[in-house]
Design a protein around this ligand. Structure first.
Ligand code: NIG
Ligand code: FE
Length: 414
């Protein structure tokens, strides 16, 4: 099946190569005005200017009229936890009343609360809830997503989550990457026996995950009161030994040392980064590890935003993601993520869009397949309502601007 998308007022992120964008490179977002794009069997097979539309194409049977709207690559959301049971708005109210995320966690709330509920839920119920979340975010422009385990914290619970993610991968039009986050927090019974829980991860979880190919990455919540840098390294190395590359939760609440561990291990990404000192910034900037910033999590937890300007000016590779999860970011709205990055973190619109598309794709090792308008890449595209310029996207925050989506061979009503 071949589809022509015509009358695109602005075609953003047009590239012939897919570099990892660092520092100043983030501020260049190549675009073509008044364009068409050709999609063949779900793959971008050509694009050009309407004035130069090859005569044969104009009479194609299947055409989509972009009607003066913009087209850009679908968001690549490289950090989420969308397999979870229920919601945690009672904690949200506790936080309004003054409790901190760490205090809620210490009381057995937070991640442990979600783990308790997840272990009681059936695989089908978890699948159905996560499926609804995928539908929700894909309507808002997300075309690729990373999903973590980490609300099981038992052998059965973690494997159940990863099997749900595997099933989502098999059935969804979105591109999905799976991350094993067994080291999200210590279950209560292992609070005083860290070695015991790490042994459970190494000896009972990882071998099954490797045998059933249930994950692409390994993640650890490296944070005071959670996993130390030494424990993080040990767990990541155990994952790496069975082919899982690290993507680490680092420097969210404290200068946890997680960034340096990630850089040392050659992690694909270190994520969060609300608390960064000069040493952590320089370590990241001198590496190919991607710093994934999660502004909606900082917003929701009412903490300082990630130092995006400082990181970009130091020459780091930056991605943006939603962190969609029930405790610190109950939203997977990447449009809002992009707005918040611009408004609160002073990222330029071009930087934010690059970080949420091509660099987001790289943060899932999908940079060769997604994240830009490039011949041969999967046609994961956002069609917007007409916008005057790129800056209008983050500027008109909260306004629905996605008119429809093309995700490979699938498309929404257009
Ligand atoms: O990325 N920081 C750790 N994990 C999640 C929150 C998980 C939860 O509160 O359920 C995060 O913010
Ligand atoms: Fe997270």
């Amino acid at each position: 099946m071949t589809t022509l998308i015509r009358n695109i007022r602005q075609l953003y992120q047009v590239r012939t190569t897919s570099p990892l964008l660092r520092g100043k490179e983030l501020s260049e977002l190549p675009m073509m005005e008044n364009a068409w794009v050709l999609v063949e069997d779900g793959i971008i097979s050509g694009y050009g200017r309407m004035e130069e539309l090859p005569p044969g194409l104009g009479s194609m049977k299947d055409q989509v009229d972009a009607a003066g709207g913009a087209v850009l690559p679908a968001w690549c959301d490289s950090h989420t936890h969308i397999v979870f049971e229920g919601s945690r708005e009672a904690e949200f109210v506790d936080k309004i009343r003054g409790l901190s995320y760490a205090e809620i966690a210490a009381r057995g709330g937070g991640i442990l609360q979600s783990a308790k509920r997840l272990n009681e839920a059936s695989e089908d119920s978890l699948f159905n809830q996560a499926w609804a979340r995928l539908e929700e975010v894909s309507k808002m422009g997300t075309g690729a997503i990373e999903i973590k385990s980490g609300y099981g914290l038992t052998v059965e619970g973690e494997l159940k989550m990863l099997r749900v993610i595997k099933k989502l991968k098999e059935r969804s039009n979105l591109e999905i990457r799976a991350t094993f986050l067994g080291a999200h927090t210590y279950p209560l019974e292992y609070r005083e026996d860290h070695a015991g829980y790490i042994r459970l991860i190494r000896e009972e979880m990882l071998p099954v995950i490797a045998a059933e190919k249930l994950a692409d990455y390994i993640d650890v919540f490296c944070e005071d009161g959670f996993f130390s840098p030494e424990e993080t390294e040990e767990i990541c190395r155990a994952g790496m030994a069975v082919g899982l590359k690290p993507k680490i939760h680092a420097n969210q609440m404290n200068m946890s040392g997680g960034t340096q561990v990630g850089v040392k291990l050659g992690a694909v990404s270190v994520d969060h980064l609300e608390n960064m000192d000069e040493e952590a910034i320089q370590a990241l900037a001198g590496s190919n590890t991607i710093g994934t910033l999660l502004p909606t999590a900082a917003f929701f937890l009412r903490v300082a935003y990630q130092p995006a300007r400082h990181l970009i000016d130091a020459g780091a590779v930056i991605a943006l993601a939603s962190d969609y999860n029930p405790g610190s970011s109950p939203s997977g709205n990447m449009n809002l993520v992009v707005s918040m990055a611009c408004i609160q973190m002073r990222m330029l619109p071009e930087e934010a869009v690059n970080a949420a598309t091509l660099n987001g794709a790289h943060a899932m090792e999908l940079g060769d397949k997604l994240g830009s308008i490039t011949v041969g890449k999967k046609a994961n595209l956002i069609l917007t309502h007409p916008i005057p310029s790129l800056a209008y996207l983050p500027y008109a925050f909260g306004r629905p601007q996605v008119r429809g989506m093309i995700l490979g061979s699938y498309r929404t009503e257009l």
